[in-house]
Design a protein around this ligand. Structure first.
Ligand code: FE
Length: 317
């Protein structure tokens, strides 16, 4: 169960779609392969197999967990660098601690989001806090990489810590879907996250049989990822099935439509989806490991700068 829930959905404003709006229909669907990140925490590589131009302005996304750790099991990453993009870490359940080479850091937990603009370069470490390592417990989140346009790849690093309570919440007209807005404008309300590139990021929970229709900026791309449960994405005869761990890229239009199955098999009886969209940057993408640049030369420069300590150094404490 996501940490952010609502007792009485009828108290929320409903997000409506214009009756003349055009649904975005499924274009490509993939199943995310499972892997291990950092010191060995389980992830699903949500964007694997999707051409870069369909993802633009996004680069990469991991679903972290969902895993219920035994005591001593929780794992994180070692110190590592980033340059040229922004990381958005959304903790659905559990806690992640973060420290970086500028002396910054913080804790995100149960519905919080940390937005880090790596920009010109930073070293950081992401891991569960000692208390959680000792106790074990639930760990579930996503980390999304948002590209920066060439003009902004070398901006100074920046953070936004977004507390769970700051997310605008809406319901679907049928009252069966809870919509949490992390970024983007919906019904005149803006989500708290700010990227250099405009994006929308929404986490919705659909009860069995519920229908979600959400207006979507026609200038954005649109990706729907199922974090758990099962349903369909798209409208009418073009709707495609979507299961836990699958990503669907949608075509042009004005809104996204998702239905939850009437009988969902699995640990929870709901469909959890992440809806993502942004204005494409339309520049060449040179991505290798922790760096996302425009050219191979810039990647080589990033490695050199990292190796010579020009992205910062690991603090003594
Ligand atoms: Fe990182």
């Amino acid at each position: 169960m996501p940490a952010v829930t609502v007792e009485d959905m009828s108290k929320l404003s409903k997000l409506e779609v214009d009756p003349l709006a055009r649904a975005r229909e499924p274009k490509k669907r993939v199943s995310a392969p499972s892997g291990l990140e950092g010191e060995g925490f389980p992830v699903r590589r949500a964007f694997a197999g999707i051409p870069t131009e369909l993802l633009d302005p996004f680069v990469h996304m991991d679903q972290m967990g969902e895993v219920d750790y035994a005591p001593g099991e929780p794992k994180g990453t070692p110190w590592h660098p980033h340059r040229g993009f922004e990381t958005v870490t959304y903790m659905i359940d559990g806690t992640f601690e973060h420290r970086d080479s500028t002396g910054g850091g913080g804790l995100i937990t149960n519905g919080d989001t940390q937005w880090m603009t790596a920009g010109s370069g930073i070293l950081h470490i992401e891991r569960p806090p000692e208390t959680l390592v000792a106790s074990g417990g639930l760990f579930h989140g996503v980390q999304l990489w948002v590209n920066l346009p060439s003009k902004q790849k070398m901006v100074d690093p920046r953070y936004q810590d977004i507390r769970a309570g700051k997310l605008p919440l809406f319901s679907s007209p049928d009252g069966g879907a809870l919509i949490r807005v992390i970024a983007g404008d919906f019904a005149g309300t803006s989500g708290p996250g700010m990227t250099h590139t405009p994006i929308a990021m929404v986490h919705a929970t659909l009860e069995e049989g519920a229908r979600l229709a959400i207006p979507w900026d026609s200038g954005f791309n649109s990706l729907v990822y199922a974090l758990g449960g099962s349903g369909t994405v798209g409208s009418g005869p073009d709707a495609a099935p979507l299961q836990s761990g699958q990503l669907c890229v949608l075509g042009d239009g004005d809104f996204i439509e998702v239905h939850a199955d009437r009988n969902i098999v699995g640990p929870r009886r709901s469909l959890e989806v992440l809806l993502l969209g942004g204005r494409p940057i339309k520049e060449p993408v040179a991505h290798y490991g922790p760096f996302v640049m425009n050219t191979r030369e810039e990647l080589a420069q990033a490695f050199d700068d990292f190796q010579h300590g020009r992205m910062g150094v690991i603090p003594a404490h």
